[in-house]
Design a protein around this ligand. Sequence first.
Ligand code: ZN
Ligand code: ZN
Length: 337
Amino acid sequence: MVYVSDVFHKKKLDSKKINIKTIYLVDGIRYERNTDGSRDDNINNGIRVKKEYYLNNELKHTEHEFDTRIEYSFVENKNSDKNYTCPNCGMTAKLKDFNGGCPYCGTYYNLDYQEKDLGSKKYYDRVLRNKSYRIISAIIDFLICFLITYLIIKNTSRTFNINDIYKIFIFGMIASLLFYYVFYTLDAYIILGPIKRYKDKLNNKQRLFWKKSGLDKVTFFNNFNYEVRKYYYNKKDVIDYDVIDFDSFKDYVIKDNRYIEVEAYIRVVNFDGDFHSRYIKKIFRFKQNKNGTTELSNDTNVMMCHNCGASIDVTKSKCEYCDSEIKYLQEWILDNV
Ligand SMILES: [Zn+2]
Ligand SMILES: [Zn+2]
């Protein structure tokens, strides 16, 4: 069964015969969802821990890096197992056997999840994303241990020859391995203080954004992901993406139009016969949709074009028959890409 939120991704992956298996954890229990529909568990506030990419049922690529502060919910339609009668042609079948619409007359059902959270950032933390802290600790550790070993050997041996250089090297190595943890924690006091203060400043900025903007978090993140999915899955080689972190949010008005700018750190997975992932920082600008939105219920939504009466696919912006504009699904429309 194809839900409105998944339609762009599903189309893309089916065309390339790729299945993505995403492993979720909810309270320590493992669940999975597959884009080929082979097993789709309901997820309630789960975190992603792993993604496996299959090409023609063969595992080709794996991703492990996810942000545990971002939670996902996918609760399938309760009625998916029940019979549904097409309001257009009268054909009756189970909703889950449909591909988002009536297989006989092509009427769009516009199904959505009973509940969904396509990835909201739930918590803030004080740890920096990059690994440089550990590397800096190791360098400081090595330098100081070698210096101390050098000073000890220089001052205790009467002659200084090649053997002493070996000694410095060996003892320096041993000392730096022994003391790494000490330096790691010591640096935490020296280096991490300013980092924590810096992160707190950023976190406060984000808290303030949510307070002032008046936006509902889940609704906005769903909107964000719907638009970003649409953007990436319409690109030629992109087959998947994950938000690794949301860095900043801005809210501003230009000439009576309200904009929201989201800076995010994203992993994009490309497929050109092989799978490649890359990490990028990207600014997404959203413009507020002033024309009103189409509200979808959490069930089937059969809608007709106001002009010609044809069945409407809400993921499109126009009626396929008469080209009349359809009220768009989302309040915030991706604007800068
Ligand atoms: Zn039908
Ligand atoms: Zn029409």
